[in-house]
Design a protein around this ligand. Structure first.
Ligand code: XMP
Length: 518
């Protein structure tokens, strides 16, 4: 089904909620002509929220032809008002405003709200209101201020609500959405992790044929799941490349070398280039310069490793054979944000991964292109990838190199790696992995402070804990970790990591801070 995005910050959330109801959904911009929407033959259409009212300046209209096409349509918030207006109902430009938690009264025994508590909380965000439902519609909900907060015409399979059913603050919202999809629109719930895997594997087989593919593993969840899917589809015609630049966290290389390979049987080519990276970074303290050096070296190493794999494949396979496909872990939110569709693109590799040999043109295989992050994790788990990979929190490409404030060297990396491992272990033990976005541990390598340990004076470095909560890393808040967890982390780090004698907590949101310190 299609979610028509009227500029709501909630469009992606709506699409995810629809998929949680086991119905595949895609987002299209509201500028999409109705003829195009109809031509795609969606099982249903959702009109998202958007500007606060249909009278707002520049409010995008809804073409009434959409409602003549026999496609089930559900309007939410702005989509609800636009639908009411297009179908001959009445929307009063009266500035009736409701923002935040509001109580709705269930009005009649329609389908959407039947059997729900007669009064229940929902999340509202609108000015103006629908004062008269269009002909043929039953009003199913109201509020103290708004007479028409929900309506439906089950005959024509059209319905809508003034509130935002997709947000967690509308506790019955998912049920209302599910009833629209399954009961009013009559869509069979069939989008499951198993069906995602079957369809994706079939599509990869079709695309790759008897060709060969290469995949750069970062240790992160996206590249691991993408590689696992391709491995399932084409077996040992996939080669994975993993660059160990020495800036990884404790256990990450082992996770890839042992756990990933054990779970997938993939052919893995690890390149051990710690010495090269440390030499390139020696004495560098400027964050941007560090990032540039790490990025540049990474590209060179990946390029050389790829050339190596290609040369070896050339030896192992019929004359003239090369690697034709490059696997990438692009996710659906990236596709939506760049305005792209769900097709696949052929690019010159160096535009994307950077620096791959100029004369090689790879076709991209992007098996996660239609998926949200939570679906990627579910697919990974079903493919047998271990929890440490599937539930992994974001980790920056430049690794620990940008979590040492000051110059990077082997000793400092070992110190930070040890402190980071303790923090991660305690957060995992406390069951907090899924509730925090990530918790960088930062070593202030050029700062020393006086401490006392045993009977002696110490003069060691501080580490900073940076626990954050976020939806998308664009904004973040500092996570209020339980004091006892903070205490365990602090005690263990100062006892077990000799160079660290102080643990401090970063209580800055983003903005003004960024998540990483460099
Ligand atoms: P900032 O520090 O910009 O970080 O608030 C936002 C998110 O992005 C991650 N991050 C990176 N990820 N390469 C990456 O793949 C990078 O160079 C990079 N820098 C930051 C960071 O961990 C956070 O999740």
């Amino acid at each position: 089904m299609l979610v028509v995005d009227f500029g709501a910050q909630y469009a992606q959330l709506i699409a995810r909620r629809v998929r949680e109801a086991q119905v595949y959904s895609e987002i299209v911009p509201s500028s999409t002509p109705v003829a195009e929407i109809i031509a795609r033959r969606p099982a249903a259409v959702i009109l998202s929220g958007g500007p606060s009212s249909v009278y707002a300046e520049g409010a995008p209209p809804v073409d009434p032809a959409l409602f003549e096409a026999g496609i089930p349509v559900f309007g939410m918030c702005y989509g609800f008002q636009a639908m009411a207006q297009a179908l001959g109902g009445e929307v009063a430009p009266d500035g009736t405003r409701e923002y935040g938690r509001t109580s709705v009264h269930v009005e009649a025994s329609g389908v959407l709200h039947a059997g729900l508590p007669a009064e229940h909380p929902v999340w509202m965000s609108h000015g103006d209101s629908v004062t008269r439902a269009p002909e043929g519609f039953t009003v199913t909900a109201s509020t103290d201020r708004v007479a028409v907060a929900g309506f439906e015409d089950t005959e024509r399979r059209l319905a809508g609500v003034q509130y935002h059913p997709e947000v967690g603050h509308s506790p019955h919202g998912q049920e209302v959405l599910r009833r629209f999809l399954h009961e009013i629109a009559g869509i069979r719930p069939s989008w499951t992790t198993a069906s995602i895997i079957d369809e994706t594997v079939a599509a990869i087989r079709e695309q790759v044929g008897d060709g060969h593919a290469i995949c750069g593993l970062s240790g992160g969840v996206d590249s691991a799941v993408a590689a696992a899917l391709v491995q399932r589809a084409i077996g040992d015609r996939l080669t994975c490349v993993f660059v160990d630049h020495g800036l990884l966290r404790a256990g990450e290389r082992e996770q890839v070398e042992k756990d990933f390979v054990a779970a997938t049987g993939a052919t893995l080519h690890t390149v051990d280039v710690e010495a090269r990276f440390l030499a390139a970074l020696a004495g560098v303290t400027d964050p941007e310069e560090k990032r540039k050096i790490i990025g540049r070296e990474f590209i060179r190493v990946f390029e050389a490793a790829t050339a190596d794999v290609i040369a070896n494949n050339g030896a192992d396979h019929p004359a003239g054979h090369t690697v034709d496909f490059l696997v990438q872990g692009t996710l659906y939110p990236d596709v939506v944000e760049s305005g792209g569709g769900t097709g696949t693109a052929t690019i010159k590799s160096h535009h994307n991964v950077g620096g791959l040999p100029d004369d090689i043109e790879f076709a991209l295989v992007e098996p996660l292109r239609a998926l949200f992050k939570d679906e990627v994790r579910a697919v990974g788990a079903q493919l047998g990838l271990p929890e440490v990979i599937v539930a992994r929190q974001p980790f920056p490409g430049p690794g620990l190199g940008i979590r040492i404030i000051g110059a990077v060297d082997k000793q400092r990396l070992e110190t930070l790696r040890a402190a980071d491992a303790i923090a991660r272990e305690e957060l995992t033990l406390a069951g907090l992995d899924r509730s925090i976005w990530q918790c960088p541990v930062v070593l202030l390598a050029d700062v020393r402070s006086v401490g006392v340990q045993g009977d002696g004076r110490t003069y060691g470095h501080p580490v900073v804990l940076r626990p954050v909560s976020s939806e998308d890393a664009m904004t973040a808040d500092w996570t209020r970790l339980p004091y006892d967890v903070l205490e365990r982390i602090s005690t263990r780090i100062t006892n077990e990591v000799a160079e660290v004698n102080r643990v401090v907590l970063d209580v800055t949101s983003k903005p003004p801070g960024t998540i990483e310190w460099e």
